[in-house]
Design a protein around this ligand. Sequence first.
Ligand SMILES: *[C@@H]1O[C@H](CO)[C@@H](O)[C@H](O)[C@H]1NC(C)=O
Ligand SMILES: *[C@@H]1O[C@H](CO)[C@@H](O)[C@H](O)[C@H]1NC(C)=O
Length: 176
Amino acid sequence: MICRILLLISLTSCVSGRLVVAVTQTSYQAEENHNITLEWMFTTKRDGSSTSLSIICYMVTDRKPSVLYYLQKGIEVPESQDEQFAGRVQSEKAALRKGQIRLHVSRLRTDDSGLYWCEVKIDDDLGANRCHLNVTATVDHQQGSGGLYVGLVFTAAGLIAWGVLFCIERKPYYRY
Ligand SMILES: *[C@@H]1O[C@H](CO)[C@@H](O)[C@H](O)[C@H]1NC(C)=O
Ligand SMILES: *[C@@H]1O[C@H](CO)[C@@H](O)[C@H](O)[C@H]1NC(C)=O
């Protein structure tokens, strides 16, 4: 399986053009834990009947390529998906018939940032294109100041409680 994927990747890097793959957006910006839909479009003169259509989409970072979607001759091969994307990627089946690849990626992580390639193969025609995704960490200022505020309230409450206890404890002493 892995060999086949690598073969498809290497084939695509050698052959290009005959099948045109385009992206609707070259760059996406998103926040951690949000969802995004990455989109590609492919056009071919050949009959793009589903049984001859193969697609592999993978993310490239400086470490290694991770597969997020693999369709082999019209059949999804979830076993080929990288663990990083397990249960987080959904392909719109209806879109494929219109020559669109629409991948919904949910619960985005900062390490999802990178270049996303989709390679399309119909019979002997190949094509590929890429887009960039940048996932930024959620910086929640409000939560930070909220925590500080709660901390201050607790400190104040603590001081008051201590003062009250101190007064109560002192009272009997004055009776003597
Ligand atoms: C993200 O997608 C998941 C399922 O794919 C859904 O349950 C969730 O509500 C979505 N979240 C947002 C913020 O759209
Ligand atoms: C990702 O987005 C952040 C915040 O907008 C920006 O500062 C950073 O330069 C972007 N990184 C890339 C590689 O585009």
